[in-house]
Design a protein around this ligand. Structure first.
Ligand code: PAF
Length: 298
């Protein structure tokens, strides 16, 4: 495993690897997993998919300051380079790209990448500018690594939708591969931010996955269930936990993220549905979701 901190070095290395493969008459497939580090089994599952599908796996670790709001947790975002390197080695990563803030954003920088509409809802509404930061850094990383495939976790379902839209709109030559949410045995979706939770808060946080499971069950089992019923079920369960404060609890089409009329029966919606929640547990904001296909609902 080779670690690079400079853009020119990672580019040069990848160019040489591609050239060497071409000389042997092979096309080198590069899989890319962009992360902010503090890696867990969710990231490991992305790396495993990348390992299976590609000849070379590149992992980036960069806590991207421009996707954090002024009062968010950029400074205290968890970091553990040694543990990250051990996990990367274990998962057979070939290249780790570990740039500094100055390497990624030499000043002054005047360009940002912005996806409209999809970013108006859910986390985009609660975290203004967040997705501009994500799409800007993901564009830069995709330009640097030029992968064939890039892997993203479905826990950030809106991020997957936004990045896929950006790649399509900008004709970027990369396949976006969404990967399923990885959960603890008790249902809690893995997140680097889970480290902020006290033992009591961690217990309270279970209400999020429980509420989504229950909402999913209503959608699947109750023929007449409307979009409003699903949201009501979600809200009712989350509000039963005193330590939980809802930021949003919604049902939308996926990946367009268009709203669904409250009175519409869920089984009448065509395509995929996203049931998503963002909940404050103490000072920690957690997100989770389930994606349903209408075939699954009918
Ligand atoms: O999902 C994340 O960890 C980040 O949003 C990403 C995609 C690495 C961009 O900073």
């Amino acid at each position: 495993m080779i670690v690079f901190t400079e853009i020119k070095d990672v580019r040069e290395h990848l160019r040489a690897e591609r050239l060497a493969a071409a000389k042997e008459g092979r096309e080198l497939k590069v899989g890319f997993v962009p992360t902010m580090g503090y890696l867990h089994e969710g990231h490991a599952s992305l790396l495993r998919s990348a390992r299976m599908d590609n000849d070379l796996v590149v992992l980036s670790i960069f806590v991207n300051p421009i996707q954090f709001g002024p009062h968010e947790d950029f400074e205290r975002y968890p970091r553990d380079s040694d543990k990250d390197m051990a996990l990367a080695k274990r998962e057979g990563v070939d290249i780790v790209f570990l740039p500094s803030v100055n390497e990624m954003y030499p000043q002054p920088t005047k360009t940002k990448v912005q996806v409209a509409e999809l970013t108006d809802h859910l986390c985009g509404a609660a975290r203004p500018g967040h997705f501009d930061g994500v799409t800007t850094v993901v564009s830069k990383l995709l330009n640097i690594v030029a992968p064939d495939r890039a892997y993203f976790g479905q826990k950030d379902a809106q991020q997957v939708a936004v990045v896929a839209q950006m790649v399509k709109d900008l004709n970027m030559d990369v396949e976006i591969v969404p990967c399923p949410i990885v959960r603890e045995e008790d249902g809690l979706a893995l997140s680097s931010r889970n480290v902020y939770l006290s033992p009591e808060e961690r217990q309270s946080a279970l209400v999020i996955s429980r509420s989504l499971r229950q909402a999913e069950q209503v959608a699947r089992e109750q023929e007449e269930a409307t979009a409003e019923d699903i949201v009501a079920e979600l809200v009712r369960t989350i509000e039963s936990e005193p330590a939980a404060k809802i930021d949003y609890a919604e049902i939308r089409r996926f990946p367009s993220l268009e709203s669904i009329p409250g009175s519409m029966r869920v089984k009448d919606v065509e395509g995929k549905l996203l049931i998503a929640a963002a909940v404050m547990i103490g000072t920690t904001r957690l997100i989770d979701n389930v994606i349903l296909t209408t075939e699954g609902v009918k």
